[in-house]
Design a protein around this ligand. Structure first.
Ligand code: NAI
Length: 340
């Protein structure tokens, strides 16, 4: 099989990373088309990435006879419609998370995806493709931690972005802290445990920007989740890490425990100065998960060439969103919620 010819939808914060990976870094792929509602981004694709076909609408792009696959990196509210359209056009689909915002919409999309089993579908749960998480997963699957009893996940964005988030939240809906921020951690809990979540209790507090209360948004939240085999999962999600981008995971089992990125180190450097011993920390998701974004796209291309589906499925996207919705409901109602 020749190179897989991609069309990319969305060239914003994350879209540019995927576009550059497909165009410049990954072998076996070509970026031949791009669409965006921002003219400068299309000029960037054309001038910097050598993309010949640029479109201002997604519908025009998926009608191109020159693409085999789409990479969807548009705002989350567009994902379900764009996935279904590409599937119906016979294209392979890589879509960023979340699969969608509304459960019914996602269920319909999962049906459409499942009706096209010969086309590859992959959702952007890229942490599954991070080397450290893969190492940890292999240990868990080999039984080296024994039976899991507790999983603890932190996912906290840098404080540097909080002020602009507060402005955004006043007139937009992020989907809520858990759907927006904790969806990767929810996926990690299901992936490591191979179990579903039964019940959740979530809460949170706005301290730095109390006006977030009015937007029904949270600066920092926490949740306790009970899995079907009584494993406990604890999730902390936030938008106010002063030191940078903090993603940390702990797994506790009957034979041992492990932590991934207990300190979110940027590299192996330690600085010895008037502040003591300083370990620089990672500052954002493109930096921390650079390798994972590359690995997940390589896997998507390999799946197309080998005619198989990836480990991460549309069903994982549906379950993740159901759990995030239950967490939000728990915050809103201030009570424990069963996940259906
Ligand atoms: P962004 O706002 O920076 O970029 C959005 C892009 O979509 C822009 O290029 C815009 O022109 C384009 N766009 C908007 N409406 C469109 C339409 N109808 N058709 C075609 N293009 C359209 O957004 P960002 O931060 O890059 O996020 C995009 C998606 O990626 C979101 O779903 C988000 O949840 C996900 N994401 C995932 C991350 C991860 O860790 N896997 C990290 C950051 C974002």
């Amino acid at each position: 099989m020749g190179d897989i010819r991609f069309g990319i939808a969305g060239l914003g914060r994350l879209g540019k990373t995927h576009a550059m990976n497909i165009a410049n870094t990954i072998s076996g792929a070509q970026l031949v088309a791009a669409c965006s509602v921002v003219e400068e981004e299309l000029a960037f694709a054309n001038n910097e990435l050598g993309v010949n076909e640029t479109y201002s609408t997604y519908e025009e792009m998926v009608n191109s006879p020159n693409i085999d696959a789409v990479c969807i990196v548009t705002p989350s509210g567009f994902h379900t419609e764009q996935i279904c359209l590409a599937m119906e056009k016979g294209l392979h689909v890589f879509s960023e998370k979340p699969l969608g915002l509304e459960i019914e919409d996602i269920e319909r999309t999962v049906e459409t995806i499942q009706a096209h089993p010969d086309q590859v579908f992959q959702l952007g749960f890229m942490r599954r493709y991070d080397e450290s998480y893969q190492y940890a997963k292999e240990m868990v699957d080999k039984g080296e931690l024994g039976e899991l009893t507790v999983i603890r996940c932190y996912g906290i964005d840098p404080s540097a972005g909080l002020e602009s988030f507060v402005k955004f939240a006043k007139s937009n809906n992020s989907g809520g802290l858990f759907a927006d921020m904790a969806i990767h951690d929810i996926d990690l809990v299901r992936w490591f445990s191979n179990k579903e979540v039964n019940r959740v209790w979530a809460m949170g507090k706005n301290a730095a920007y109390p006006e977030l209360d009015d937007a029904n948004e949270l600066e920092t939240g926490a949740a306790m989740m009970q899995l079907e085999d009584k494993t406990t999962a604890i999730i902390v999600a936030g938008r106010n890490a002063q030191h940078g981008y903090h993603v940390e995971t702990e797994l506790i089992g009957t034979k041992g425990m492990l932590r991934v990125a207990a300190v979110p180190e940027k590299n192996l450097v330690s600085v010895f100065n008037e502040h003591g011993v300083v370990r620089p920390t990672s500052q954002n998701f493109p930096e921390r998960f650079k390798g994972a974004f590359l690995n997940e796209m390589k896997e998507f291309i390999t799946c197309i060439k080998e005619k198989r589906q990836p480990d991460v499925s549309a069903y994982d996207g549906l379950q993740g969103t159901k759990i995030a919705a239950a967490l939000q409901e728990s915050v809103d109602k201030n009570q424990i919620v069963d996940v259906n």
